[in-house]
Design a protein around this ligand. Structure first.
Ligand code: FPP
Length: 237
């Protein structure tokens, strides 16, 4: 089962407590560790975390710098543990504008864990669903111009194969914390048939217990993928 999470509400969580927004993000990074750890026991084989969107650059410079520092710390300090737990880490998004040292850490982690067979962990950094589709459209066009791709053969599978999630299944469930009811440019193509869980708790309040409960609620739903099924039947999880 593939779960995508929009980790929202770090800033509000901190502000409500009279703390700096970055303290909320710091707490958010601690939550990431806990939630990643809980996946195998909860039957989650793929977890996609929305860590930084293509729009997040518009935040105050010190907040962006603080978030980059947190990514740096997470990538450097969790390499051994993630690899030891057989986690395969991949990154979604356009890496180009990220600082060189972060790119290096991302590359190290992705390369080291490439052959791991446990949890698939996708971290979306400088990710936007529309940006991902634009990059895919450019790459497909280049292939067609070079004569390596017949335009009439382009199918949904072709587009999926040119996305950052190439080869991975679509998310079954997308969770968003902190009360907002929107997708905010997350997995625009891949979410076509996803179920959604919008939670009131902010990301720093999210816990393995709330995660387990949310998954249990999801598993009780019937997914039809546009088909009409007998009561209680489901095409796939
Ligand atoms: C949204 O909350 C959260 C973010 C933009 C950053 C997410 C980052 C983390 C959870 C920390 C580190 C992540 C990793 C993978 C190590 P917000 O700031 O928009 O909250 P608000 O809506 O309350 O202001």
């Amino acid at each position: 089962m593939h779960v995508g999470i929009i980790m929202d509400g770090n800033g509000r969580w901190a502000t409500r407590r009279g703390l700096a927004r970055l303290i909320g993000h710091k707490r958010g990074a601690q939550q990431v560790k806990k939630i990643v750890k809980s996946c195998p026991d909860l039957g989650v084989d793929t977890l996609t975390l929305y860590a930084f969107s293509t729009e997040n650059w518009k935040r105050a410079a010190h907040e962006v710098a603080g978030l980059m520092k947190l990514f740096r710390g997470y990538l450097a300090n969790n390499l051994v543990e993630l690899h030891g737990k057989n986690v395969r880490v991949r990154f979604l998004g356009d890496p180009a504008p990220l600082p060189d040292d972060i790119l290096k850490l991302m590359d190290n982690l992705a390369t080291l864990t490439h052959d791991n067979t446990g949890l698939n962990l996708n971290i979306a950094i400088n990710y936007g669903g529309r940006d991902e589709l634009v990059r895919a459209a450019k790459a497909i066009t280049r292939e067609a111009i070079a004569g390596r791709l017949d335009v009439d053969s382009i199918s949904e599978d072709t587009i999926s194969a040119f996305l950052d999630t190439n080869g991975q299944k679509d998310p079954d469930l997308i969770i968003r914390t902190a009360g907002e009811l929107r997708l905010s440019n997350f997995m625009t193509w891949q979410s076509a048939y996803s179920e959604f869980a919008f939670l009131e708790e902010s990301w720093p309040e999210f816990s393995p217990e709330i995660f387990a409960q949310t998954l249990q609620n999801f598993r009780q739903r019937t997914r039809q993928f546009g088909a009409v099924l007998p009561k209680g039947a489901s095409i796939a999880e």
